[in-house]
Design a protein around this ligand. Structure first.
Ligand SMILES: [Zn+2]
Length: 279
């Protein structure tokens, strides 16, 4: 798909999964199609500062904002440093996309704000609390998975906003699968030590493989999320050439996972809530 063929909001064919979290929100996983970047970032690279043309990244982000029905100034990205910090975001008067420094997770109770993480094999995790109209978006590579960014985010939301993990709904987005995520012995051992029988570490003829999505599912279950409220969508980013994959390509672009609260989601409509305490 050539970027020049895409006009306005016609770009897309991207994976939508908001229905798994509740009515009144959008959950969009973009892939590499529908943008204007040139190889090796072709075409919908959403990450700036990684060697792609800044104007192309701006245009690509604009296309996603358009598909979400918001201005580009309502997009909020995390800097993503493979850490565990999760930050609350409120509406501001930004005219352009904002990047929150030094964090790997974002949450908000603000309708009209799209929280994003960018990946090229790492695991995007979208969380929603329908009764409280709070959403979060997390980035979990192998460090964030072992460090349990999901459990940390759920503790933060419980302590800060009174949100019970049992109320959370979660979508685990497209990420590298155990089919392609071969790791060295030392890293595999870290997963076995942390997860034991549930580690998802598989020994194949050509080495050890880790299932990062499964490990994140275990993190969520251990934090108190109900199994029936955890969904996985999309395939392996390394197998499926619709996606950017660092493992497959090295220098490449980043796809985005976006969660957006719309009016009418959960408790927002008519309740006048803005992220205070919740039941
Ligand atoms: Zn694969």
């Amino acid at each position: 798909m050539e970027g020049s063929e895409i006009r306005g909001c016609a770009a897309g064919g991207w994976l939508e999964a908001g229905h798994l979290l509740g009515e009144g929100l959008r959950l969009l996983f973009t892939d590499r199609n529908g943008g204007v970047s040139r190889p090796p970032y072709a075409t919908l690279n959403l990450a700036d500062g990684r060697g792609d043309d800044a104007a192309a990244v701006r245009a690509n982000r604009q296309k996603v904002a358009c598909a979400l029905g918001i201005g580009a100034g309502r997009l909020v990205f995390a800097q993503q440093v493979h850490g565990l910090r999760v930050t609350g975001v409120k509406m501001g008067g930004w005219g352009k996309p904002r990047t929150v420094p030094r964090c790997d997770g974002l949450y908000t109770a603000e309708p009209g704000l799209a929280l994003a993480v960018l990946t090229a094999d790492c695991v995007p995790l979208a969380l929603a609390f329908p009764t409280a109209a709070v959403v979060a978006m997390l980035h979990a590579g192998w460090r964030g998975t072992l460090g349990d960014i999901a459990g940390g985010a759920l503790r933060l939301l419980r302590e800060g906003l009174g949100l019970a993990p049992e109320e959370a709904r979660v979508v685990i987005g497209p990420a590298i699968g155990p089919c392609c995520y071969r790791v060295e012995e030392g890293r595999a051992r870290l997963f076995v030590e942390r997860y034991g029988e549930e580690s998802g570490v598989v020994r194949e003829n050509d080495g050890l493989r880790v299932d990062l999505s499964l490990a994140n599912r275990v993190n969520l279950l251990q934090a108190g999320v109900r199994g029936e409220n955890i969904h996985r969508v999309g395939g392996c980013t390394c197998c499926d050439e619709r996606y950017f994959s660092f493992r497959r390509e090295g220098t490449t672009g980043r796809q985005g996972a976006f969660i957006l609260v719309q009016e009418g989601f959960g408790g927002f409509r008519g309740a006048g809530r803005r992220g205070g305490s919740a039941g």
